[in-house]
Design a protein around this ligand. Structure first.
Ligand code: PEP
Length: 251
């Protein structure tokens, strides 16, 4: 039985002061929820404050990206160890915005994945096709390529520690959501690729989140699908009530 996992990706939103406010609002709303694993990924500059506020709660902390080298002359970058020591449990890797605007490729996602696992983080590996790719009938090919590229050479033991987020690019921040059937179909395909790579038992254990305009109003139906094990939430994670509404949809 896979425990659902709902994680908020705050993207480039919230100052440290605003983050403190949002965390303070969220904590009482989700207190006592144990059946869903909950995480938030604020901007880097909010991590230390958020970590203090989240100690002893049921909300885990994560970051939105990291670099693969452990330290050195990499201006502007953040290492896995820095995230761990800032209180992070999760790190989002290969988000489509990073692929589209910051030149990330399957190869760089793979390097990040290796480094994150070595540091004991739980990586959330994002995969997903653009509208153009879907319309060209290439959605599965693109998602398989994202998965094979990221997981090449990653052991089964490590793969089990990861979470995959299926995020169709055309549904991110657009208000368009994949239908529950469309999402389920791709999640089942992702599990099939995991079976090819690692066998049944790993494939059955890895949690696959859906991401793309998930809201309290559509969460329950999406989360009820057999292979949808949670959500990676952008816009709706910026308000405590809507994020909580989605979490409750996973109960
Ligand atoms: C995301 O960026 O991971 C995401 C799913 O965004 P939104 O919920 O705003 O579509």
């Amino acid at each position: 039985m896979r425990k659902p996992i709902v994680v908020g990706n705050w993207k480039m939103n919230k100052t440290p002061e605003e983050a403190v406010q949002l965390v303070a609002e969220l904590k009482p709303l989700v207190a006592g929820i144990e059946a869903v694993e909950i995480g938030i990924c604020p901007p880097f500059v909010c991590l230390t404050e958020a970590s203090k506020l989240l100690k002893g709660t049921n909300i885990g902390l994560g970051a939105q990206n990291m670099y693969w080298e452990p330290e050195g002359a990499y201006t502007g970058e953040i290492s896995a160890e820095m995230l761990v020591t800032s209180g992070c449990r999760y790190v989002i890797l290969g988000h489509s915005e990073r692929r589209a605007y910051f030149g990330e490729t399957n190869a760089t996602v793979h390097k990040r994945l290796e480094a994150a696992l070595q540091s004991g983080l739980s990586p959330i590996v994002c995969v997903g096709e653009t509208l153009e790719q879907r319309e060209a009938g290439k959605a599965e090919e693109v998602v398989a390529d994202h998965l094979r590229g990221a997981y090449e050479g990653i052991s089964a033991t490590d793969a089990q520690k990861t979470v995959i987020a299926y995020e169709p690019v055309w549904a991110i921040g657009t208000g368009l959501t994949a239908t529950p059937d469309q999402a389920q179909e791709m999640h089942a395909f992702i599990r099939k690729i995991l079976t090819e790579l690692y066998g049944d038992s790993v494939a059955e254990g890895v949690r696959i989140q859906y991401g793309g305009s998930m809201k309290p109003g559509n969460a329950k139906e999406l989360l009820a699908q057999k292979d949808i094990d949670g959500g990676l939430i952008g816009g709706a994670a910026l308000q405590a009530e809507s994020f909580t509404g989605i979490i409750k949809g996973a109960l």
